[in-house]
Write a protein of this length. Structure first.
Length: 246
């Protein structure tokens, strides 16, 4: 397990290497270290702007070599988000390090948790929040898949789909309460009356009766959340959703 001191030292070292790199136009700390929620288990999140004259692939290769050579990386993979490349590293100490790179014109805050350390950053449009009716639509799509998976005897798939219905109901609650939606970051900030009904939607076994029990609880929670999104839409959906869980 890494220590907070080791994490801080690594963050400072990578920032220093970036500041000395002529191809890097700006560097920022992002994530929990900026948002005031950093704790002993938090990872390292850094973002960098890259000169338009420098191929991002070459910069990625050099910083990847740095992470393996100097910081004990054991694996990495990329996450793409628009023009950004997030290279995610796992260190031998179990520390996760996310290094984000983008061409300089697109470098700036994509969320409030962004603190420029050196160089320049641009003002970017605020990211849009998900649309509640879209989340609601995805929830009923997953509910359809639960019904068909159960009918086909695919109990693992049914368990997975029940979880997706449940998670989309929770995303709707996060949206309604103004807390973070992605990756469960806001779930523990929801009030108990929003989360308690979903406890019954947790699957405890692959027994068909237990899957149906959890599915019915997820459907009830979905209907209740739909009423808060759009009462008219919920009224139209409710009879059909109840048919799925019979």
């Amino acid at each position: 397990m890494f220590t907070a001191q080791e994490r801080d030292s690594l963050r400072a070292g990578v920032l220093a290497a970036a500041q000395q790199d002529a191809r890097i136009t700006g560097g920022a700390i992002t994530g929990s270290a900026v948002g005031g929620t950093e704790d002993p288990w938090s990872d390292v999140d850094l973002a960098f702007g890259v000169s338009p004259d420098a191929p991002i692939a070459a910069v990625l290769a050099d910083f990847t070599a740095l992470m393996y050579r100097d910081h004990g990386a054991v694996h990495h993979f990329d996450v793409l988000a628009g023009t950004w490349v997030y290279r995610v590293f796992l260190l031998a100490s179990t520390l996760q390090v996310d290094l984000a790179f983008v061409q300089a014109p697109d470098f700036g805050a994509r969320a409030p948790t962004f603190r420029l350390v050196f160089g320049d950053a641009n003002q970017l449009p605020s990211p849009s929040r998900p649309v509640a009716t879209d989340l609601l639509g995805l929830a009923w799509v997953y509910a359809l898949h639960v019904r068909s998976a159960l009918a086909r005897g695919r109990r693992w798939q049914a368990e997975y789909m029940i979880g997706e219905v449940r998670e989309h109901v929770l995303k709707l609650a996060c949206l309604r309460h103004g807390v973070p939606i992605d990756e469960g970051r806001g779930l523990d900030r929801l009030p108990e009356d929003a989360t308690r009904p979903l406890e019954a939607a947790l699957v405890s076994s692959l027994d068909k009766d237990d899957l149906l029990r959890a599915f019915r609880a997820a459907i009830e929670a979905l209907i209740a959340e739909a009423r808060l999104v759009d009462a008219g839409l919920a009224e139209r959906l409710e009879p059909t959703l109840r048919k799925l869980a019979r």
